[in-house]
Design a protein around this ligand. Structure first.
Ligand SMILES: [Zn+2]
Length: 119
């Protein structure tokens, strides 16, 4: 979490912003992240930084896999790790393990209402 804040602060500094209003995170269903714990860590770690007073938003990313046997892409809701169509266990995880900053909204953008990605 502290690495994440550093990354965000660096990006915001580059943009010449002084404060960050919103950090929008994408968190995979399989990332093993407890959002309550993350929110708490954010509150603690953001104190005294340019993120203080900002809002942390989350977007859950479903677990999506591709079967290596038949090529089917599917969304996995029950973490069985077998292909829906052919039952093969040989699957590749496409998404659902990430913890990443999707975008941040900087303080100087409040009038435009535009979302700008620093990445
Ligand atoms: Zn398959």
């Amino acid at each position: 979490m502290s690495n994440l804040l550093e990354t965000v602060e660096r990006a915001a500094s580059k943009e010449g912003a002084e404060t960050i209003r919103v950090i929008h995170l994408r968190i995979g269903e399989m990332a093993g992240v407890n959002i309550d714990a993350l929110s708490f860590a954010f509150d603690v770690l953001s104190k005294g930084t340019m993120v203080e007073g900002g809002k942390l938003e989350f977007e859950r990313v479903p677990l999506c896999v591709r079967c290596q046997e038949c090529g089917l892409d599917s969304q996995m809701n029950d973490f069985i790790f077998r292909c829906d169509r052919c039952g093969s266990p040989d699957i590749e995880i496409l998404s659902g393990r990430e913890i990443e900053v999707d975008y941040i909204i900087l303080d100087d953008e409040c009038d435009s209402g535009q979302e700008k990605s620093a990445y």
